[in-house]
Ligand binder design. Structure first.
Ligand code: SAM
Length: 283
């Protein structure tokens, strides 16, 4: 798609401008979301209209006005062209998702990572997704691994409603249970000791919530996927730096840890994931 968009905008922007627009460009269902650098703002309607007129699958074009912020990780949007709606249907890995990009966090850029985790999961696993958004990780895994069970938590009531709808949409509602509330409290009240695997896809607060991930794990241990934003550096150095910051408590010991860069999120800033396998500490 980015090649097509480059071609469409080639006679409207310089090669350098084109690269800037492409790197901040997402398509979610039939909605295009653009990050437009300040010096190109005078061309924002031209860019939006050109995309709308030339890419059949795009029906609405928005500009991301603010960075993602707040507890619900939302961004401010400005409507530029096409239909003025933020609700759409997005497809990924054979699943369908209803998304409202103004009301919930959503990134198509995590699709590869969601599939990677789905491929790690074994039969009959119980998986807690502490920061589920619209349920993407949980539903992609549930659809691919038919015997798995999922608890998908989010603090945002709109995200919670969409987890419920998306679980039905993908016919996995019998194996995906949604919880509305703070992940820490939900785990303490309902999900202690239940999980083989815990997902923490909220880089800004994963370290702080790590003790709750441990609480969710089964007595014998399991795997925690911790997502973080870090300065770009070799992943071995990231692991060396992060591990001492994690409090593993008295119950578990690290059996294995590996990491990878998921994507670049800013100039020299990466989103990384650490896959940490824990086992019970024999006393
Ligand atoms: C980065 S997004 C998650 C992305 C999602 N996993 C995906 O694949 O698209 C973080 C999510 O955590 C939710 N959140 C923030 N604080 C929370 C908390 N204390 N407990 C549970 N969910 C929380 C936000 O509402 C947001 O939907």
């Amino acid at each position: 798609m980015s090649r097509l968009i480059k071609k469409i905008l080639a006679d409207k922007l310089s090669p350098e401008e084109l690269n800037e627009v492409i790197s901040g460009f997402d398509i979610i269902g039939d909605i295009a979301v653009l990050k437009i650098p300040d010096r190109l703002l005078s061309k924002k309607y031209l860019i939006a209209k050109t995309l709308l007129d030339n890419v059949k699958s795009i029906r609405c074009v928005f500009r991301q006005v603010s960075p993602v912020s707040g507890e619900y990780r939302l961004m401010e949007l400005e409507h530029l062209a096409g239909e003025d709606r933020t609700f759409t249907e997005y497809r990924e890995s054979g699943c369908r998702f209803y998304v409202d990009i103004a009301k919930v966090y959503f990134s198509p850029r995590l699709s590869g990572e969601r599939l990677r985790i789905a491929n790690l999961v074994k039969d009959n696993e119980v998986i807690v997704n502490m920061f589920a958004g619209v349920g993407t990780f949980s539903i992609v895994i549930a659809k691919k691994r038919k015997t798995t069970r999922h608890y998908a938590i989010d603090l945002n009531p709109d995200a919670y409603q969409l987890i419920l709808k998306n679980a039905y949409l993908n016919k996995v509602e019998d194996r995906v249970t949604a919880f509305l509330g703070d992940a820490g409290r939900i785990i303490e009240y309902y999900l202690s000791g239940c999980a083989d695997r815990v997902l923490m896809p909220y880089p800004e607060r994963a370290l702080e919530y790590f003790p709750f991930a441990l609480k969710a794990l089964k007595e014998d241990g399991g795997t925690v996927h911790v997502y973080l934003h870090v300065k770009s550096k070799p992943i071995e150095e990231v692991i060396e730096e992060v591990l001492p910051k994690l409090d593993f408590g008295k119950k578990f010991v690290v059996e294995d840890v590996s990491g990878r860069v998921v994507r670049e999120v800013g100039p020299r800033i990466d989103q990384v994931v650490l896959d940490i396998r824990l086992e019970r500490l024999e006393s």
